[in-house]
Each structure stands twice: as structure tokens, then as C-alpha cells.
Design a protein around this ligand. Structure first.
Ligand code: NAP
Length: 353
């Protein structure tokens, strides 16, 4: 029998990450936070210590590959908030095994809020065109029709299936491309990563090439969401699941997208190029076409480059309708992140000359 504290036991993964930091700091500000016992699984012992001493979060040092540990931690949790990995079947199986054990031993129906992503309907446009297809999270048949081989899909399916078996309630948060600098106590304490994944990667590639690079003509469109707005939706889901879950869609109905605006990759790369030229660390602002060799070199594999230069458009209708979620950060804030990231990169590059 797991030790069940009187407090609400929460397992949090990904606290040191870009998205996870913003979510955890909101949960720490919940009006009932003093009734929570939050355990964070982190890899860095130094950060674990700061989480414990400064934030009152119990930190277990370990990795998502330690499957027995994951199962053991999940068994102790009424709520698991998973923000570390959207693509690891073994991780999901281990978490669900723990939640199933908890249910079988205690009768509790625990909650899993899993951060997935919208890349599962990336269309492989190769930057050649802007697509008309816009996916709404109210249209669950869209998700049912996605192949298991699509990005994030096998993990999402495991979660939905577990929900249908009744031992856990699962909710899937599908952020679009998350942008904006992370702000707040966990970032200031050096626990969580500030910049997005998207902007620094494209900026570093542009700096190395001397100008930005795109596939095709970068006409593809990505939906974007500010990191704080994404955290707000996850937080609202967390709060509602805790107090009034009966009204919330879950399992194969429980997809919660986040988006508030769109960019073309051309537009983003051009802005990065312009900022790099202004800083004197690139010679051209106009994007040029990436060769196949460059795509592998800079993105790690063709499949990742293809993801960036796909169309991924969506509407986050469910959160707006059911959670009262209203994203506050306009698309324009991405240009502020571009300026900050490029400035930081330029300082680093100039310092290393
Ligand atoms: N960023 C986006 O635009 C975006 C959009 C949609 C979905 N997502 C998904 O959201 C999730 C979080 O993304 P992110 O942008 O916040 O990434 P991130 O900044 O790289 O954060 C990942 C977090 O997971 C932790 N982590 C990764 N592998 C781990 C392992 N093996 N063991 C223990 N901890 C591990 C990291 O710990 P360390 O600090 O030790 O590395 C970090 O806390 C990912 O699954 C990503 O695919 C991201």
C-alpha cells in the first residue's frame, strides 16, 4: 500500500524545462498550494536542492529512463503533471503502471495531465506552401484518424486507452510552437530554461550560415503560443481536474490545444536574420534554401527539419470554451524573444572571438 499523505500528492516531471518551469510556478501559486505535496523528478542535484529549499518542492534526483522509479513515484501521486517528454512510450507505460497500482490498491482514480504536441498533423510541406487545414480540438475524430506513427501519437494513444479502462483520468495538452522568454521565480532561480526551443535553434543556424535557412520558400505556417499562456491553460486544467472534473472532457475527448497566432517560417527566419545582421553576426537577412546536408547537420535528421517546415495550424477551442482560457500574449511578443535571443547569441559569439 503506498503511503498516501493527507495532502494532495502531485508528481511533476520537466520542472527544469522551458514549458515545465512556467507550469510548476503557476501550480505553486494556486490558492490551495499549501495543501499540495509536490514531488519533482529532476536530473540535476543542484537544482533539486534549490527546489527543496527555496520552493518547498520535494525533489527526487533521477531520470525518465529509470522506469521502476517512475512507476513508484506515480503510484504515490493523485495527480501526475508530465512536461518532460512527449515521445517516450516506455515512460508513459511506467507512469500508467504506477497509476494503475494506485487505483487497484486504494480505489483512487488518479489524474494524468500529459504535455504532448501538435506535430502529429505536420504535413511535410517542405516550406513550399501554406495549408488551409486548421485542426480544432473539439473535433476529436481528427485525432482518432491520426496514424500511430505520427509524432507524439503512440504516447497519446497509451494515455487515452488507459483512461478508457477507467483506472485513471487523462488530459492531453497539445501546445503549438511555444515562444516567449520564460519569466518568474523558477527562471530567476536558474531552475528552468528561459528561451524557447524554436527561436534559438533557428538563430544559431542562421549565425553559423551567415544568413537564415529555410526549406522551400518557408511558406509553411506554424501556430504559436506564448509560454505563459500555455502554462495558464495547463494550470486551469489542473485546477478544474482537481475540483470539478465531471465537466471536463478527458481520455479520447480530452485534447486541449494551445495557440494564439501563427507565423510563417519565412517571416520568422527573416526577422532573425535582420536582427543578426543588425548585431553584426550575419551577412544576410534574406533566408536561402537549406541543402539536404545542411538540414541533417543543423536539425539532426531530415525528419526534424521536415517538422519545422511543415504546416501545423490549429484552433484551441476547448480551453477557450470549457476552461475560460483567454490567451493574453499577442503574436508580436515573438519579435521581442527574437531580439533577446539574438542579442544574447551575438554577445556570446563576440565574446568568444
Ligand atoms: N517547446 C515547444 O515548442 C513544444 C511544443 C509542443 C510540445 N512540446 C513538448 O513539451 C515537452 C517539454 O518541452 P520543453 O520545450 O519545455 O523542453 P525542455 O526545455 O528541453 O524541457 C524538457 C524537460 O524535461 C526534462 N527531461 C528531458 N529528458 C529527461 C529525462 N530523460 N529524465 C529526466 N528529465 C528529463 C528536462 O530536464 P533537464 O533540465 O535535466 O534536461 C527538462 O526539465 C517536450 O516533450 C516537448 O516535446 C514542446
Amino acid at each position: 500500500m503506498p503511503a498516501i499523505s493527507e495532502k494532495t500528492a502531485i508528481l511533476f516531471t520537466g520542472a527544469t524545462g522551458y514549458i515545465g518551469g512556467s507550469v510548476l510556478q503557476k501550480i505553486l501559486q494556486h490558492p490551495e498550494a499549501n495543501t499540495f505535496e509536490i514531488t519533482a523528478l529532476v536530473r540535476d542535484a543542484g537544482k533539486a536542492q534549490i527546489l527543496e529549499t527555496k520552493f518547498g518542492v520535494k525533489a527526487v534526483v533521477g531520470s525518465m529512463e529509470e522506469l521502476d522509479k517512475l512507476t513508484e513515484l506515480a503510484e504515490k501521486a493523485h495527480i501526475v503533471v508530465q512536461v518532460a517528454n512527449a515521445d517516450d512510450d516506455s515512460m508513459m507505460i511506467a507512469l500508467l503502471a504506477g497509476l494503475r497500482k494506485r487505483h487497484e490498491k486504494t480505489g483512487d482514480v488518479p489524474i494524468l495531465i500529459h504535455t504532448s504536441g501538435v506535430g502529429s498533423w505536420a504535413d511535410g510541406a517542405g516550406g513550399e506552401y501554406a495549408s488551409e487545414r486548421v485542426v480544432s480540438d473539439l473535433d476529436t475524430s481528427t485525432f482518432d484518424a491520426l496514424p500511430v506513427t505520427a509524432a507524439h501519437r503512440s504516447v497519446d494513444i497509451l494515455a487515452c486507452k488507459a483512461d478508457s479502462e477507467g483506472y485513471v483520468r487523462t488530459y492531453l495538452v497539445l501546445p503549438s510552437a511555444v515562444v516567449g522568454y520564460g519569466e518568474g521565480p523558477l527562471y530567476e532561480a536558474g531552475i528552468s530554461k528561459r528561451p524557447s526551443v524554436l527561436v534559438p535553434l533557428l538563430a544559431e543556424i542562421a549565425a553559423k550560415r551567415g544568413r537564415p535557412g529555410v526549406m522551400g520558400s518557408g511558406k509553411n505556417i506554424w501556430a504559436i503560443i506564448h509560454v505563459e499562456d500555455n502554462a495558464d491553460l495547463t494550470y486551469r486544467l489542473f485546477s478544474a481536474a482537481l475540483t470539478d472534473a465531471s465537466k471536463l472532457a478527458h481520455g479520447r475527448e480530452g485534447y486541449y490545444l494551445t495557440e494564439n497566432g501563427e507565423v510563417t517560417l519565412y517571416e520568422l527566419c527573416k526577422a532573425i536574420g535582420t536582427a543578426l545582421v543588425a548585431e553584426g553576426v550575419a551577412t544576410g537577412a534574406e533566408p536561402t534554401v537549406l541543402t539536404p546536408e545542411e538540414r541533417v547537420k543543423y536539425f539532426g535528421a531530415e525528419v526534424y527539419a521536415s517538422m519545422f517546415f511543415s504546416n501545423v495550424r490549429c484552433r484551441a477551442d476547448r480551453g477557450r470554451r470549457d476552461l475560460g482560457w483567454t490567451p493574453k500574449h499577442p503574436k508580436e511578443e515573438i519579435w521581442k524573444e527574437v531580439a533577446d535571443v539574438v542579442k544574447e547569441l551575438a554577445n556570446k559569439l563576440k565574446g568568444s572571438v
